[in-house]
Design a protein around this ligand. Structure first.
Ligand code: ADP
Length: 416
C-alpha cells in the first residue's frame, strides 16, 4: 500500500485538520456560552429549580430555591438526598414516591406539598418533577421545578375559616330568629286570648257603672257621680287598650281574617265624621269634609277595618288638636290606582325627632298634660298594620305647633 502523500495532499489534510479543530473549539465555546446563559437564566428565574441525580442527591439549586428555603450555604447540601432535608412527614414520603415514579416511568408529575424552611417556618410548594433523558432515552437526572404557593394557600385557608365561621354564625342566627319568632308568636297568641278574656268582664264593669249613673230610682249624690264617672273614664280607656291589644296580637298571630270587597269610601267617611262629632264638638273643632258629598269612589278594603283606621286618624286629629281648631278631609285618586284620603288638623303637631316613632307601639308624646290620659299608643301601629294587610299605604307630614296631615291610600275598587 502506498502511504506517501503528495505535498498538495499533505497541505490539504492539514487544512482539513485545522478546520476540524476550529469547529471543535467553536462548539466548545458555544456550549460553554449556552451553559453559562442557562445558569444565568436559572439563577434569575423566580421559579425554584433543583436538580437531583438518580439517588435523589442534590446537584443544583437555583437562587430562588435557596432564598425560598432560607438556605445558608447551599454547597453543604450538594450530594445529600434532597427530599429528606426539607419535607416533613407525610410530604417526605409523597416526594420520594413521586421521584421514584418519575425515574421509573419518565413521566412528568405535578403536586403540592408543605416544606419546612431552614428557620423552621412552614411554606407550600407546587412542584413539577421533570425527568431529563439522555440521547438513548434513559432518565439521566430529575429536574424539580417549584413555585411558592404559601400565600395562595394561606388565603384559601383563611377563606375557608371565614366561610366556616360565617356558616356557624348564620346557623346561630337562624336558630335565634326561629326562637324569637316562636316566642313572638306565643306572646301574640297569649295576648289575643287574654285580651279576649278581659273584654267581657270589662264590658260588664262599664255596663253596671252606666246603670248606676242612669238608674232613675236611685239618684247618686255628687261624690258618687264623680266616682262613677271615674270608673267609666278609666274603664273606657282600659277597654280601648284591650281592643287595640287584641287587634294587634290577632294581626301578629295571623288570626285576623279580612274580607276585602268594593267599599264606597264616601259612606265610610260620612259615618266616621258622625262618630267623632261629639268629641269634636266638645273641643269646638270644625270638621270640614270635602270628600263624602262628592261623586262616589269605591276602594278595595275590609269595610269594618277601613272604618276603624279612618276613625283612629280622625279621633287623633281631634285629640291632638287645639281648642276651636280645624280638621279638613280630602280625597283624591292617584295615578297608580289608589284613593288617598287625607286628614289635616291644626293641632299640636309632631316634632321631627318623633317622626320615626309615630308608628311604633306604645309611643306617646311625653309631657303634654292635656292628652296624658287620652291614648294608648297602639292605635297608629294597628292602623298601619291593617292598612298594609289591605295592600294599602299610610304616611303623614307634620310640623310642631302647626298641625299634621295623616293620609291613607287603598287600591281603587272595580267600579272606580
Ligand atoms: P294614641 O293612642 O296615643 O293616640 P296612636 O298610636 O294613635 O296612639 O298615636 C301615637 C302617637 O302619635 C300619639 O301618642 C301622638 O303622640 C302622635 N300622634 C298621632 N296622631 C297625631 C296628630 N294628629 N297630631 C299630633 N300627634 C299625633
Amino acid at each position: 500500500m502506498n502511504n506517501k502523500f503528495t505535498y498538495e495532499q499533505l497541505v490539504e489534510r492539514l487544512d482539513a485538520l485545522e478546520n476540524a479543530e476550529a469547529e471543535r473549539e467553536k462548539a466548545v465555546s458555544e456550549r460553554a456560552y449556552f451553559e453559562k446563559q442557562s445558569q444565568i437564566l436559572l439563577d434569575n428565574s423566580p421559579v425554584c429549580t433543583k436538580i437531583v441525580d438518580l439517588d435523589y442527591n442534590l446537584q443544583y439549586m437555583s437562587r430562588a430555591g435557596i432564598e425560598a428555603l432560607d438556605v445558608d450555604d447551599v454547597t453543604k447540601l450538594y450530594g445529600e438526598p434532597f427530599p429528606l432535608k426539607f419535607y416533613p412527614e407525610p410530604s417526605k414520603q409523597r416526594m420520594l414516591k413521586n421521584l421514584e415514579k418519575a425515574k421509573e416511568t419518565g413521566a412528568v408529575i405535578s403536586f403540592e406539598t408543605d416544606l419546612i424552611k431552614s428557620n423552621g417556618e412552614e411554606i407550600w410548594f407546587h412542584s413539577t418533577l421533570v425527568p431529563v433523558k439522555d440521547d438513548d432515552g434513559n432518565v439521566d437526572y430529575i429536574m424539580v421545578v417549584s413555585a411558592d404557593t404559601t400565600e395562595r394557600r394561606l388565603g384559601e385557608d383563611n377563606l375557608k375559616k371565614a366561610h366556616e365561621e360565617m356558616l356557624a354564625s348564620r346557623n346561630a342566627l337562624e336558630k335565634e330568629t326561629a326562637a324569637a319568632k316562636a316566642a313572638n308568636f306565643a306572646k301574640s297568641e297569649f295576648l289575643a286570648s287574654m285580651s279576649h278574656e278581659l273584654r267581657t268582664p270589662m264590658n260588664a264593669v262599664l255596663g253596671f257603672a252606666q246603670m248606676l249613673q242612669f238608674d232613675p230610682r236611685h239618684d247618686l249624690n255628687d261624690h258618687q257621680n264623680e266616682y262613677v264617672e271615674n270608673i267609666l273614664q278609666g274603664g273606657g280607656h282600659l277597654l280601648e287598650l284591650i281592643n287595640d291589644v287584641l287587634d294587634l296580637s290577632k294581626i301578629e298571630a295571623r288570626q285576623l281574617s279580612l274580607s276585602i270587597e268594593d267599599v264606597i269610601c264616601n259612606e265610610v267617611i260620612e259615618d266616621v265624621v258622625g262618630m267623632t262629632a261629639p268629641l269634636a264638638n266638645k273641643k269646638d273643632i270644625e270638621v270640614i269634609d270635602n270628600f263624602s258629598a262628592q261623586a262616589a269612589v269605591t276602594i278595595l278594603a275590609d269595610r269594618i277595618r277601613y272604618k276603624q283606621c279612618l276613625f283612629n286618624l280622625l279621633s287623633n286629629a281631634v285629640k291632638y288638636n287645639k281648642e276651636s281648631g280645624k280638621i279638613i278631609i280630602e280625597g283624591k285618586k292617584t295615578d297608580d290606582g289608589y284613593l288617598t284620603i287625607s286628614i289635616e288638623d291644626t293641632g299640636i303637631g309632631i316634632g321631627k325627632e318623633d317622626y320615626e316613632n309615630v308608628f311604633h307601639m306604645f309611643h306617646r308624646v311625653e309631657g303634654n298634660p292635656n292628652i296624658a290620659n287620652e291614648g294608648t299608643g297602639i292605635g297608629l301601629t294597628v292602623t298601619k298594620m291593617l292598612i298594609e294587610q289591605m295592600d294599602g299605604r299610610i304616611g303623614f307630614k307634620s310640623e310642631k305647633d302647626r298641625g299634621s296631615t295623616f293620609w291613607i291610600e287603598l287600591p281603587l275598587g272595580n267600579n272606580s
